[in-house]
Write a protein that binds this ligand. Structure first.
Ligand SMILES: [Cu+2]
Length: 119
């Protein structure tokens, strides 16, 4: 009887632990659902289409980053392709573990005309 209940207890704990373990291994993250979303507001400095990123001189992002210019990876490369240096943008900054992605970008104020001559 004692052996049987011990076996059952082991079976139950294994069933409870394994799916979480498999998820963590699959995503490479230690925590599941640890996605955080911040608001980013800044000016585009330069764009690197090859690395799907742009340097954004952003205002402070409370709880995440001080005001600074640094490269951010963009989720959507079509959005990135529309950007020009000098554009003032806002968007979501999605943070999952050590990865950050900029999404839902809005160009609040395009770069000044003199920097961006139209045809
Ligand atoms: Cu930074």
């Amino acid at each position: 009887m004692k052996t049987k209940s011990l076996f059952l207890a082991m079976l139950i704990s294994a069933a409870a632990v394994l799916p979480a373990f498999a998820q963590a291994a699959k995503s490479g993250e230690t925590k599941q659902g640890a996605e955080k979303k911040y608001h980013i507001d800044g000016t585009v400095k330069s764009i690197s289409p090859a690395s799907h990123s742009a340097v954004i001189d952003a205002k402070a992002i409370p709880g995440f980053m001080a005001a600074m210019a640094m490269p951010y990876t963009f989720k959507d490369s079509a959005t990135l392709a529309k950007l020009k240096p000098g554009d003032h943008i806002t968007g979501d900054l999605v943070v999952v573990g050590s990865k950050t992605l900029v999404d839902n970008v809005v160009i609040e104020k395009p770069a000044a005309k003199k920097d961006n001559p139209s045809p």
